[in-house]
Write a protein that binds this ligand. Structure first.
Ligand code: AVI
Length: 328
């Protein structure tokens, strides 16, 4: 996220995904085979993820909301008045609404989301609930550099809000790179408020990603369905099964699709052979101890200020700032 701010709100236009075919071919040709998790979120994938967030086993979303709700005033006074809040992938805005409600005279809200539909709906809702707040939606993939629009009034500081523990879906070195880009936006007294899923017993973690109702399995398999639909591949969805395991050495949930049989899959000019039991890695979800995450953020130039958590220490909301003497 960088660049010169524009003087007008960016048009709400869906970004294209020209790399999808190339990414899928590269992933299926690699060893181990992979499919990038960013492609989970087509319309059906986004709806399935919404269902995951409501599952009894998936503690992540409701715990983060609960922490935010219970500490809203403390968090708001930490962020201060007159801020420009930049929300990354804030979706329907349930968490952001709690936050903005508690803030003292927020100046501007810039939601950045790849889903045009979600952005339009949440912007319309937020304009109704917070009529005084300037809202400048940006439809963009925040993994790419994003040009931020210019607000009417200069705010006191930028606060980037990145909830949901999406940072856990990055490899740690990519997470540092991404946090470095966010750090550029937070200089001059700003900060980052970020939700991070914490390390815990593997039974709790594995249950959250292998739910009893099979919604996560549908979410995972939807990736193959999307590859079939959008790229013309011929994955037979009945011949693949979902499993997530916790790799305690790497500190991450690993989500797989495993081939039930010996089979070929055709895509474009390519023919991929899978033996029975061969796996495609579809997602990593890293879990951090509080000091591990603070150390990771420090590599990107952030200073740990504080973390709010729940009684069982399942999830952490971290507030990080850039020290004024930090080298660029
Ligand atoms: C979006 N992200 C933080 C979720 C996670 O927990 O890693 C994605 C997810 N995958 C399976 N369940 C949820």
């Amino acid at each position: 996220m960088a660049g010169d701010p524009l003087t007008a709100p960016q048009p709400v236009a869906p970004p294209e995904s020209p790399d999808f075919l190339a990414d899928v071919i590269a992933g299926l040709s690699s060893n181990p085979r992979t499919l990038p998790c960013k492609y989970f979120y087509d319309e059906r994938g986004a709806a399935l993820f919404q269902k995951i967030c409501e599952l009894p086993e998936y503690y992540v979303t409701r715990t983060e909301i609960d922490i935010l709700d219970r500490n809203r005033n403390e968090i708001a006074s930490q962020l201060g008045p007159d801020i420009q809040l930049i929300g990354l992938g804030t979706g329907a805005g349930t968490k952001t609404r709690i936050l903005i409600d508690a803030l003292e005279k927020p100046a501007v809200y810039i939601p950045v989301d790849i889903s045009e539909k979600q952005l339009r709906e949440s912007t319309a809702l937020f304009r109704k609930i917070f009529p005084e707040l300037e809202i400048l939606p940006v439809c963009a993939d925040y993994l790419q550099p994003v040009v931020l629009p210019s607000p009417r009034h200069k705010p006191a500081r930028n606060i980037v809000y990145f909830p949901g523990s999406t940072i856990g879906n990055f490899e740690p070195n990519q997470a540092v790179e991404f946090l470095r880009r966010i750090a550029n936006v937070c200089r001059g007294g700003g900060g980052l408020l970020i939700g991070v899923d914490l390390k815990k017993e593997h039974q709790v973690l594995e249950a959250a990603y292998n739910d009893g109702a099979g919604v996560t399995a549908q979410f995972n398999l939807n990736l193959l369905e999307r590859v079939n639909r959008e790229l013309g591949a011929d994955f037979d969805l009945d011949q693949w099964w979902h499993r997530a395991i916790y790799n305690s050495n790497a500190g991450r949930i690993e989500m797989y699709l495993t081939s039930e049989i010996d089979q070929f899959v055709h895509l474009d000019e390519h023919k991929f052979h899978f033996r029975r039991g061969d796996k495609i890695i579809t997602e990593f979800s890293y879990k951090y101890a509080p000091d591990e995450f603070a150390a990771l953020a420090a590599k990107a130039g952030f200073e740990f200020i504080r973390m709010w958590t729940d009684d069982a220490r399942l999830f952490g909301i971290f507030y990080l700032t850039i020290p004024s003497n930090e080298p660029r």
